[in-house]
Write a protein that binds this ligand. Structure first.
Ligand SMILES: C[S@@+](CC[C@H](N)C(=O)[O-])C[C@H]1O[C@@H](n2cnc3c(N)ncnc32)[C@H](O)[C@@H]1O
Length: 200
């Protein structure tokens, strides 16, 4: 268990949790956090949603997730193959994880399948810069990182990481538009993007 309270911890993923927490549907009963890592987001969701599942392929990181909130349903498994019930989650979230799964169309389709009708999917992801506009965001991110780094307490997660991401921002945007029609995509400065999809 960490000695820092949730709201004292900061890193580039936690910084963008607000996009996820804003998307919690008002009467959400179920949520799934994919690639939950240390479980910080799943635990925050559990303060708003009665039944939360956090799935991850790494057994070690789930030990720390369990300590974060024993009331979350922590699942050791691969989101692509674990027998999760399709269309059963009012909110599906995934932070800094989609780039761990190289088949992007399959991954986005799977997350969409798991989302209940009328529910929402929110992905905070990492991608590679390939265009000048990407590099402008990266520069803005570096300035923000310095700014927040001075005033916040940087917290290092212990989940497995993958670098570099296999897809560019442009590729992710195109795949999201095709696999999740009607989804909204936005570039975020600190080396991230957000996709929000409200399932019809
Ligand atoms: C960079 S970490 C991010 C963890 C956490 N979401 C956060 O924001 O700190 C990515 C996580 O995805 C998990 N992961 C990778 N592939 C996965 C898969 N196929 N199914 C479920 N989890 C996966 C990794 O084990 C790792 O814990």
């Amino acid at each position: 268990m960490t000695s820092l309270r949730h709201d004292e911890r900061w890193n580039h993923n936690i910084h963008y949790h607000s996009y996820v927490l804003e998307a919690v549907p008002p009467r959400a009963r179920t949520a799934l956090d994919v690639g939950t890592g240390n479980g910080v987001l799943a635990a925050a969701l559990h303060r708003r949603v009665p039944s939360v599942t956090g799935i991850d392929t790494d057994a070690q990181v789930l030990v720390s997730a369990r300590a974060e909130d024993p009331g979350v349903n922590w699942v050791l498994g691969d989101v692509l193959t674990h027998p999760l019930v399709p269309a059963s989650f009012d909110l599906v979230t995934s932070v800094a994880t989609v780039h761990h799964l190289p088949d992007l169309p399959r991954t986005l389709a799977r997350l969409g399948d798991l989302t209940a009708r009328g529910g929402s999917l929110v992905i905070i992801g990492l991608a590679r810069s390939s265009r000048p506009v990407d590099r402008a965001y990266d520069l803005a991110g570096a300035v923000q990182h310095r700014w927040y780094g001075r005033s916040r307490q940087m917290w290092e997660h212990t989940a497995p990481t993958v670098w570099p991401p296999p897809h560019t921002y442009t590729q992710v945007r195109k795949v999201a538009a095709s696999v999740l029609p009607g989804s909204r995509w936005k570039r975020l400065p600190m080396w991230r993007y957000v996709i929000r999809w409200d399932k019809p």
